[in-house]
Design a protein around this ligand. Structure first.
Ligand code: HEM
Ligand SMILES: [Cu+2]
Length: 558
């Protein structure tokens, strides 16, 4: 599409879009429109993201000096626990599925809403209530168990606020399950004519697979937390070794959920990247079918590797060997995905728009995190680096470098669709690059510090580790600025941004065939799909003729 065509195609909406459909606050708070709920979720998780960020900012400040005079050890413990609990359950798990997922899945499958719109509204209220409960507990008295709530610490030694904090996590689990059920039902029942399973965009596949993992794994988290609450409240001797309980049982239950949960956090990110890369390289995604099976394989094998978090818990060496082996196996489908993203770039007409910068950042950082995971899956190395900063670096590379980068990529890619506005492209590129550098400066030194033996979760450390911590804390300051920037310019774009066309990136996919922002019921006419996804180039050509002609901010006046 040429630029003038983009201008000419500016939509003339025949009915009010979903934002203008009704304007009262009440209409938002009782909405069952999946698009509005996606926005409500986005508001809530943004609040949690910055709360979690504030807590860890204090932690990083404390770690600038080895003696750490800023915080007491107790406050320090409560702050990193606050950070972990909020970031994992109230930000990262819902981040992509409950914002981009809720918004896009119905659009991408050509439906007018999710299968159970009122359940969707219920999930939002449940998330808000659960978040209020946990955040209240974390602020009122604080919890110092870390995000993992390990027993017997959480049951016998920690203060009474563990109960309320765990209750909130328990409740938000139900909210996630409700959303998962909703997505699964929608993908099965509401695909429009012609949208066969193997024409589904990879984003839909990944959210679908994530939903299955959510529905199967989250009940186990609920049970583990319920047992902790039961021991605290009713005094049942479930995990208390003095009374015949088994504290290691908690670790098994917790990781039986939490390893699959790491894929709950990363599969949606893989889905986002699989949409951005073809659009910006003007290439069909390489190996679509392999990508689908890789998603399903990751979701499936993810249930059988939880023991790699417990190599030092005294488990049988035979069990450890099997968990180690399976952990290596699960890297295979992830690697297939990485290779396919890279092959999708080959001979493409690559445009380096902000979404693409985030997506490429994701590929590099996710690969680094995944490779360090292989180090951890090797038992002798894991024994050496367990509970050190090496592990902290590993999972941040995956969860922050990977998932959060992809979340920002997706946010930029679909921002024009969601809001009908373009954001300032140069600011967005600047933020993406700043985030990448800030991230690496924060977490790369932690690999070294951890390998040299710096333990996690302590507020003081031997002076020889100071250099790594100063690097890490300065990186964190840059990262914080990089996260605040999009908040500023995206908000700015809501008012001053140029109007977006229906398809500003000249992308394939049903969501781009409706207006930006879409009408209340998504499509004026029922869409019908006749082609495979990612149809970016005519047969026989390796790329569409000409470079991407995506709409830039300055090209269209408001
Ligand atoms: C190639 C795939 C991966 C392998 C082989 C792998 C392996 C491991 C191992 C063995 C550990 C335990 C380290 C220890 O406690 O001593 C670990 C920790 C962790 N991994 Fe991974 N990992 C992989 C991918 C991921 C992904 C995709 C995520 C998240 C989206 C993730 C998140 C985490 C987290 C959160 C922890 C630490 C949990 C804690 O102790 O607080 N990993 N990983
Ligand atoms: Cu794991």
């Amino acid at each position: 599409m040429s630029e003038s065509a983009a201008l000419g195609e500016l939509p003339l909406p025949t009915e009010p879009d979903y934002l203008r459909f009704s304007r009262s606050v009440g209409s938002w708070l009782t909405t069952t429109d999946h698009k509005r709920l996606a926005i409500l979720f986005a508001v809530v998780i943004t609040v949690f993201f910055f709360m979690g960020g504030a807590a860890i900012t204090l932690v990083r400040l404390e770690l600038v000096s080895p003696e750490g005079h800023l915080l007491t050890s107790d406050t320090y413990n409560k702050l990193f626990s606050f950070h972990g609990i909020v970031m994992v359950w109230f930000f990262l798990v819902p981040s992509i599925p409950n914002t981009l997922g809720l918004f896009l899945v119905p659009l991408m499958i050509g439906a007018s809403d999710l299968a159970f719109p009122r359940l969707n509204l219920f999930s939002w209220y449940l998330t808000v209530a659960a978040g209020a409960c946990t955040v209240y507990a974390l602020i009122a008295g604080g919890v110092d168990t870390g995000w993992t709530f390990y027993t017997p610490f959480s049951t016998m030694f920690s203060n009474t606020h563990v109960f309320a904090a765990a209750l909130g996590v328990f409740l938000v689990g139900f909210s996630t399950i409700a959303t998962g059920v909703n997505i699964i039902a929608s993908v099965h029942m509401l695909r429009c004519p012609g949208m066969t399973w193997f024409r589904l965009p990879l984003f839909v596949w990944s959210i679908y697979a994530t939903s299955i993992v959510i529905v199967l794994a989250t009940p186990v988290l609920a049970i583990s937390l319920l047992l902790v609450m039961a021991e605290r409240w009713l005094g049942l001797p479930i995990f208390d070794p003095n009374r015949g309980g088994d504290p290691i049982l908690f670790q098994h239950l917790f990781w039986f959920y939490s390893h699959p949960a790491v894929y709950i956090m990363v599969l949606p990110a893989m889905g986002v990247v699989s949409e951005i890369i073809p659009a910006f390289a003007r290439r069909r995604i390489f190996g679509y079918t392999f990508m689908v099976y890789a998603i399903l394989a990751i979701a499936g094998i993810g249930f059988f590797v939880w023991g790699h978090h417990m190599f030092v818990s005294g488990m049988s060496p035979y069990a450890a060997l099997i968990f180690s082996f399976l952990s290596f196996i699960i890297a295979v489908p992830s690697a297939i995905k990485v290779f396919n993203w890279i092959f999708s770039l080959y001979r493409g007409q690559i445009g380096f728009g902000a979404p693409m910068l985030y997506a490429l950042g994701f590929v590099g950082l996710f690969t680094t995190g995944g490779l360090s995971g292989l180090f951890l899956a090797a038992i002798p190395v894991d024994v050496h680096v367990t509970d050190t900063y090496f592990v902290v670096a590993h999972f941040h590379y995956i969860m922050v470098g990977g998932s959060v980068s992809a979340f920002f990529g997706g946010l930029h890619f679909w921002w024009p669709k969601v809001t009908g506005k373009m954001y300032p492209e140069s600011w967005a590129r600047f933020a993406a690059i700043l985030m990448y550098f800030g991230f690496n400066l924060t977490f790369a030194p932690q690999f070294i510090a951890g390998y040299l033996g710096m333990p996690r979760r302590y507020h003081t450390y031997p002076p020889e580790f100071q250099i790594y911590n100063v690097m890490s804390s300065s990186g964190a300051a840059i990262l914080a600025a990089a996260y605040l920037l999009p908040l500023a310019y995206l908000t700015w774009s809501l008012v001053y941004g140029a109007r977006a066309s229906s398809n500003p990136w000249d992308a394939t996919g049903l969501e781009w065939s409706t207006t930006s922002p879409p009408p209340h019921k998504n499509f004026v006419r029922q869409p019908r799909v006749v082609r495979a996804p990612y149809d970016y180039h005519p047969e026989g050509h390796s790329a569409t003729i000409g470079p991407p002609s995506y709409q830039r901010e300055q090209e269209l006046l408001p």
